[in-house]
Design a protein around this ligand. Sequence first.
Ligand SMILES: Cc1cc2nc3c(=O)[nH]c(=O)nc-3n(C[C@H](O)[C@H](O)[C@H](O)COP(=O)(O)O)c2cc1C
Length: 539
Amino acid sequence: MTAREYHDRTAHSPASVRTSGHTLEWDIKPFPFKVYTELPSFALPRELDPPAIDTLAAIAGSPTGGATLMLSQLATVLYHSAGVTKRKTYPGGGEVLFRAAASTGALYQTEVYVAVGRVAGLDAGLYHFSPGDFALRRLRAGDVRDALATAAGDDSIASRAATVLLTGIYWRNAWKYQARAYRHLFWDSGTMLANLLAVAGGLGLAPRVLTGFVDGEVNRLLGLDPAREVALELIVIGRETSIAPAGGALEAIDHPTLPLSSWGVAAETTLAAARDVRSASPTARADPENTGLGSHPPHPRPALQALRAGWEHSPSAGEPAALARETGGPSVVALPAPRIEAGRGLAETIQRRGSTRQFGQAPLTAEELATVLWAATRGFEADVPAGLVDLYLIVNAVEDVAAGAYHYQPATHTLELLAAGDFRSRSSYLCLEQPLGGDAAAVIYFLARLDDLLDVFGDRGYRLANLEAGLAGGRAYLAAYAQGFGASGLTFYDAHVIEFFSPHAAGKDAIFVTALGRSGAGGRVTIESNLTLRRRPPA
Ligand SMILES: Cc1cc2nc3c(=O)[nH]c(=O)nc-3n(C[C@H](O)[C@H](O)[C@H](O)COP(=O)(O)O)c2cc1C
């Protein structure tokens, strides 16, 4: 199945939602932690040393740093990206351990590993990060950076201190979201990436994202069964060190882990397949190396070179077509300059972040909205160009910005008015009929020229669009919480979103949605704020 077929087949519509017939089987709800049963744990230091940096400055990115990567810094990066930040117990005894970054359904299918070369206080090796006990477990002893660099066709991996690897476990998300889970792998690793880039950047670790690698080789390095869990992105961190020695072929590893559901490990593959997640995502069944949507063929370097050559001609590499239009007319709203400082440090913002469960209808200021839009569209160091997604908005209540539908133009920091009017109920409808979409002060709809991206990048372009939208949404969360209001990721009726923003959005596809606004609970922060108090006294 191609990416286009997958996307269309997993589109939400009122009919698909009402006829899905899917019910949640609570007795096999997947456990949200990956537990290696036979590997000793290596406790991470709990005295964290987060960067003393304003949230907005961290999102903006800091210049490349020359810092030596210390174990306490690695622990800080892991905690603020994927750590357990809040615990909530529910009547009846249920408990959810919420994490630093938002994740669809709080299912937390994104796992984190680290290939350590030179980290002060930690032996070289390949480690799994366990947020539950805040510990590392070593999957491979010795420096694996050379093997990883080969798999990714990127020499920087071999010469930088460490590489963080994000993966996704299908079944953990497919349990609830079925085939749509494949999109969620990239949305949720994207929100995590927003935190990771901000924290690692704030520590001067110069994070760089790699999306191009040979899936089969990276999965094998991690010892993953690609029918259950697959590598998504790599993030190189830390300063240049001496280049990792060339290693020979790495032997296969297969460390036992606890099954995620009571039916056992083998059942996970079947269950995920039954929920259509892998069969719905393009999988070359004849080629065991090739797993998931848009895998590279087993000829990495030519394929990567072709990709990189393609990026030069990416439609997003030049001026976006919309910018060719004249600006400055009455249909264009010049936004105030974004705030340079929010007054809230990055670590505190992440600790307080939570998805707003009910928005009041109180307005945001134009400056607050402008700051979120600016933050969501910051570039980042990567092997792909940024700017693959376009931001459309429904503005419900923003001071000095008339209610209506808009297109945000990052280069001029302006909003192009597409239609004036009160679209609260329409926005709620578009967001799968969820009140959050109507009660929010503004809702960002991330759209992409998917067909163009697929032409340029092949099916891997699908991953890139979903990842960048997740990252932008994650940055919107951070910018909102830094400024004292709230946000929530939302899902949506695909085709209706495009219809609503057309003709401007004709030919594009809806990728992700993030709502912004003040909490309905007294207009302050979020209803989750009471959950952040474990580490700080109530205000
Ligand atoms: C990509 C994404 C999509 C989401 N979609 C919805 C949604 O459609 N409706 C909703 O109420 N919450 C949605 N959420 C919020 C999640 O439910 C929330 O992140 C999760 O429960 C974890 O809680 P926290 O964000 O407060 O830490 C979404 C979050 C993300 C990251």
